[in-house]
Design a protein around this ligand. Structure first.
Ligand SMILES: [Zn+2]
Length: 466
């Protein structure tokens, strides 16, 4: 079923009113047109963009100059996305260790340095990437596209619940304290270009009941937060009425699993969409109504490759490899995101022709070494809890499944009061039916706190095998 087309998206875009200084900007309409190009037009555009960054990298970035020399390649050998397999993958460790060699010696004419972004790496060492102004601007531009995809009305009120370090700083440079609301008169990123409603921010470190209270008080139309936080809110919310004003939510940073989405849909009665991005590149893709991630090919190219390093077939699961197209300060060609997703090669039923991929599975390195069936068990437990009737989980606030090195499991529950015996009975019964190996046991315990991972995310599943 086609859910959108060029005219409809242009109409959606026209709901956004430019501030006077941007009224001649064509980039936003251009993005709309790009969503409906023919396959041939997409191909040509990708080849052109790829050639630009590869030629620049080989000429002005020591890492690529040396690499191409070693491989006996010239930039002419990389004409399209299929040629990229001639170049080895750039690992996150490479990025950390080869920072200097990856830095461009000069910038293209007219480009200006912006600064650098840093994020925590899987090894705990920060991943730093130098960026140019244009690359940074793309973040704000593509953010608006995300909101159009999600059908946010720009005059609505936006609420954001995130870690304080991701919330704008106060005037004195300090972070927004817990318990306080930070307020902007415009939406943070698209508000540079367009007239919008207000945006309010609250720390994710506030107790969940306080977050819920805050949402009731603020009555926002849209909510942006981590998938885990939204699920947590859904657990805490279930005996009250829905937040009446809320029309939809956009989840960021963490994986939104089917069971989380189900819980959120049934509790808040709103649609949830998810985007995909990473600090090193920016916004990569956004989910459409068909739950596919459409790749923002103006900004990056995405390959999904199998264990042998070959492009995945339709429906096959593989690693997400990204080539950034706009960051001339530090070009990242074939950067290993360490994430897994399902490759899709057919056209999306929504009507957009931007290439797309399916469900994001999670971290490659973490999941590669797990004992057989681990993810099946994990998904079973999540599904089960998501589908439980409210009277069984009214005291549940959060949970985490942990796998020990001897392949036994522990389900940790954070509760506000005792859970009914039936809750335990159901979990134990389904566990026994699902897990055929009797040595793979499950113990259910209650805990006072489920600590967040170093990255700031809540891990729903932890394992000694990670
Ligand atoms: Zn689609």
């Amino acid at each position: 079923m086609i859910t959108t087309h060029l005219q409809l998206e242009l109409q959606e875009q026209n709901k956004w009113q430019f501030k006077p200084q941007f009224k001649n900007w064509k980039v936003f309409d251009q993005l709309v047109y790009n969503e409906f190009l023919t396959t041939e037009q997409h191909y040509l555009q990708q080849c052109q963009n790829l050639e630009n960054i590869v030629k620049f990298a080989v000429n002005h970035v020591p890492y690529y100059r040396n690499l191409f020399q070693e491989l006996g390649l010239s930039y002419h050998d990389i004409k399209n996305i299929h040629d990229l397999t001639k170049i080895p993958i750039l690992s996150q460790t490479n990025l950390i260790e080869k920072f200097n060699e990856l830095t461009a010696e000069i910038l293209p004419k007219g480009e200006k340095m912006y600064g650098y972004t840093a994020s925590s790496g899987t090894t705990g060492r920060p991943k730093k990437v130098l960026t140019i102004v244009k690359n940074n601007l793309m973040f704000s531009i593509l953010c608006q596209r995300n909101y159009r995809f999600a059908r946010f009305n720009p005059f609505g009120k936006m609420a954001v619940i995130r870690w304080s370090h991701s919330i704008p700083r106060l005037k004195d440079g300090s972070s927004n304290p817990d318990g306080e609301t930070f307020r902007l008169n415009n939406w943070q990123y698209p508000g540079q270009f367009f007239y919008t409603g207000i945006e309010v921010f609250f720390n994710d470190t506030n107790p969940i009941e306080k977050q819920l209270e805050w949402l009731y008080k603020q009555q926002p139309h849209y909510l942006i937060t981590y998938a885990g936080t939204l699920e947590h809110l859904a657990f805490a919310n279930h005996q009250k009425n829905a937040i009446e004003s809320l029309r939809s939510a956009l989840t960021i940073s963490e994986m939104l699993t089917d069971s989380m989405e189900q819980k959120i849909n049934s509790n808040f009665n709103i649609p949830v969409t998810q985007n995909y991005g990473l600090n090193e590149i920016g916004i990569v893709a956004m989910q459409c109504s068909e739950k596919r991630y459409h790749i923002y090919t103006e900004h990056c190219l995405v390959e999904i490759i199998n264990e042998e390093g070959k492009p995945c077939q339709h429906g096959e699961q593989g690693r997400i490899i990204i080539t950034g197209l706009n960051n001339f300060a530090m070009p990242l060609i074939r950067y290993d995101t360490d994430d897994l997703a399902i490759a899709l090669t057919d056209s999306c039923p929504c009507g957009r022709t931007l290439p797309s991929f399916g469900k994001i599975i999670g971290r490659y390195r973490r999941y590669a070494n797990l004992p057989e069936n681990t993810l099946l068990y994990y998904e079973k437990v999540c599904d089960l809890i998501a589908q439980m009737p409210n009277h069984l989980i009214s005291n549940l606030r959060q949970y985490q499944l942990h796998q020990y090195a001897n392949n036994t499991f522990e389900l940790r529950l954070l509760t506000v009061d005792d859970l009914p015996t039936q809750f335990y009975q159901i979990i134990n019964q389904i566990w026994q039916e699902t897990v055929k190996d009797s040595s793979v046991t499950l113990e259910i315990i209650t805990v006072d706190k489920i600590p967040k991972a170093k990255s700031g995310k809540t891990d729903y599943f932890t394992s000694d095998f990670f």
